[in-house]
Design a protein around this ligand. Structure first.
Ligand code: DNO
Length: 399
């Protein structure tokens, strides 16, 4: 697999020079300053690409070309946003960029309850604690129907945490900030009222409706991607279950299968994120890597350790080779897919992978980085993953 590294642009505290020292071969990035629904121009792409090239790297993968809430809800300017998305694909292909990651999660992108959970070794990791999340949902957001989404033990734990909030309102404020940190756009400025308004846009949109909107979106953009030789790849829901009453439709193998079959084109593919999918014990990751393999265009390697076997559950982001996912088996399955592609003469035989979220280790603790996008934590992850890949290359991947 091609070793890539996510970079958020010139204001990212982890620089392109750092990516090179970590051994990255290519860069994953986006025009983060542009609002969802706006077309990316050739000039804006070229400018970003020039900065990356000046550092001796290439822009391999777009993550993400955002799909607007208007498209997901099929309201307002959604048709114009679809046209803009297609225009962006044209401009990206003209710049030679042919792997485009996006997601179809309503309102919330990835969600955690703690961005710096202390680990025994002195570093920190990101964590999702189901009771904290329920405390937010039931006692801070006060969402109608929230109590039906958690079991009795979780609700009791949530109530105990909410009682502690009352003694120091700061805890509730910090939890709110953390939970909305994954929101698209400038999440820092979102309030609980903003979140309520965003959730209200999905009143009356159930999972079947959202899936249909997603298929409509694909039918509108996949022919363009196919013509341009672009591989579109959908990132899974993170965590992979419905949150805050919102439908989520990309959480399991069956979800992926339904979407890949609904628009059956090689251009309609998956971002295989082991960290997101791995938060469900009922997702068989090595098996999914093998079965979805021909349609995987991009790989995120990360590991979580779950707090239980149920869905939903708590989890934290363990080291890349630790956690509940058998990372060696996943990498072997992905490398076997690459070997099949090479044998079939596919031009996209080598898949781009990146070490997803790292823990905060050593100097990461004081340097600052976007949550999960640390320098040393990811360098450790990439080094370990590279070691697995080199070993499998040398001993051979089981067919
Ligand atoms: C989290 C990321 C996601 C991902 C988007 C893709 O760190 O993996 O935010 O970039 O869901 O659209």
């Amino acid at each position: 697999m091609r070793q890539t590294w996510r970079w958020f642009g010139s204001d990212d505290p982890v620089t392109l020079a750092d990516a090179r020292q970590a051994g990255a071969e290519g860069i994953v990035t986006a025009l983060h300053h542009l609002t969802p629904g706006v077309a990316w121009t050739g000039a804006a792409i070229a400018q970003h690409q020039a900065v990356i090239r000046a550092a001796g790297l290439d822009w391999d993968v777009v993550e993400s070309l955002p799909v607007s809430e208007a498209i997901k809800t099929q309201t307002g300017d959604w048709r114009a946003h679809l046209a803009a998305w297609r225009d962006s694909l044209d401009a990206l292909a003209a710049a030679g960029i042919r792997t485009v990651c996006y997601n179809f999660m309503p309102v919330l992108d990835w969600t955690r309850t703690d961005l710096a959970w202390p680990l025994d070794h002195g570093g920190t990791a990101m964590r999702f604690d189901l009771a904290d999340f329920a405390a937010f949902d039931v006692h801070v957001l006060g969402r109608a129907g929230a109590v039906d989404d958690y079991d009795a033990a979780t609700l009791d734990a949530a109530a105990a945490r909410a009682a502690a909030f009352d003694k120091g309102a700061a805890d509730a404020a910090a939890l709110t900030r953390t939970i909305i940190a994954g929101l698209p756009g400038s999440a820092e400025s979102w309030t609980v009222a903003d979140l309520r308004a965003a959730l209200a846009r999905y009143d009356g949109i159930g999972p079947d409706d959202l899936r249909q909107h997603y298929v409509d979106f694909l039918e509108a953009v996949v022919p363009t991607a196919e013509r341009l030789g672009i591989g579109l790849c959908c990132h899974p829901d993170d965590p992979p279950w419905p949150l805050l009453g919102l439908p989520r439709v990309m959480s399991t193998e069956a979800d992926y299968r339904a979407i890949l079959d609904a628009v059956d084109s090689p251009a309609n593919g998956a971002t295989f994120c082991t960290g997101s999918l791995g938060a469900r014990a009922d997702n068989d990751l090595p098996g999914m890597a093998a079965r979805l393999g021909p349609r995987i265009h991009f790989v995120h390697l990360r590991n979580v350790r779950r707090g239980g076997a149920g869905v939903p559950t708590s989890f934290f982001e363990d080291a890349h080779l630790d956690g509940d996912t058998d990372m060696v088996a996943v990498i072997a399955a992905l490398m076997a897919e690459e070997a099949r592609r090479r044998a079939a003469g596919r031009a996209d035989a080598e898949m781009p992978m990146r070490p997803d979220h790292g823990q905060a280790l050593m100097d990461d603790l004081t340097r600052g980085a976007r949550p999960g996008y640390t320098a040393i934590g990811r360098l450790r992850g990439l080094a370990e993953l590279r070691g697995v890949m080199r070993t499998l290359e040398s001993v051979g991947v089981p067919a």
